[in-house]
Write a protein that binds this ligand. Structure first.
Ligand code: AR6
Length: 201
């Protein structure tokens, strides 16, 4: 069952902010959606929408490295030395520097090229390998951004369906406390909301 919470925050001068938060229970795991900046989240693992170099970039990647500090980049450089970066659809793990997390999981989503270059499968793989890596590291709460829907231009509705269905499928077999999607804009949150509302119980 999908639960939608409206949290009303009332400030001085009568200013009211409405915070939307949605949650669906899948077996033992809460699958939740919220609007926000992922670098401000508290979770065991925060997922980064990285690129194959693992050396940082713009969007979430830039924000995570900026907020988390150089320790994350140094660990990424070590991983590059060992395995030469990260393939599309794959993921690697580092500690989380100054973020309120134990780990950052860096995954590489596909660039949208029209839909006939395996983009759907590669995006699903980015979520699956991240969840698997998290599970193997005893992560209980994990926060995802909407991978590939910024600089990589994956259509948001299609990405939301892949993200939520892949997570829901994984949760049929594996338990976490919470898998959280932290979405940066109202438009992206709305697409995820539409999709989660359509997921079968
Ligand atoms: N918290 C949550 N979501 C965010 C944040 C944030 N702080 N900042 C942006 N988003 P993108 P991609 C949203 O471009 O499409 C980088 O340069 C954003 O609105 O970060 O996978 C990497 O180095 C969008 O919905 O990732 C790669 O080169 C979503 O996060 C490339 O971009 C993903 O946008 C990866 O592109």
């Amino acid at each position: 069952m999908l639960k939608v919470y409206n949290v009303f925050l009332v400030f001085g001068e009568g200013l009211i902010a409405v915070v939307l938060f949605m949650q669906k229970k899948i077996n033992n795991t809460f699958l939740s959606l919220k609007l926000g900046d992922i670098t401000k989240e508290t979770a065991d693992a925060i997922v980064n929408a990285a690129n194959h170099t693992l050396l940082g970039g713009g969007g979430v990647d830039g924000a995570i490295h900026k907020a988390g500090g150089t320790q994350i980049l140094n660990e990424c450089i070590e991983i590059r030395k060992r395995q030469g970066g990260c393939k599309t659809g794959d993921a690697v793990i580092t500690t989380a520097g100054r973020l309120n997390a134990r780990f950052v999981i860096h995954t590489v989503g596909p660039k949208w090229q029209g839909g006939s270059f395996n983009e759907d499968e590669l995006l699903a793989s980015a979520y699956k390998t991240s969840l698997r890596l998290a599970y193997d590291n005893k992560v209980e709460t994990i926060a995802f951004p909407s991978i590939s829907t910024g600089a990589y231009k994956f259509p948001v509705a299609r990405a939301a369906e892949i993200a939520l269905k892949t997570a829901a499928g994984f949760l049929q077999e594996y338990d976490f406390k919470e898998v959280r999607f932290v979405l940066f804009t109202d438009e992206v949150l709305e697409e995820y909301y539409r999709t989660i509302a359509g997921l079968k119980d």
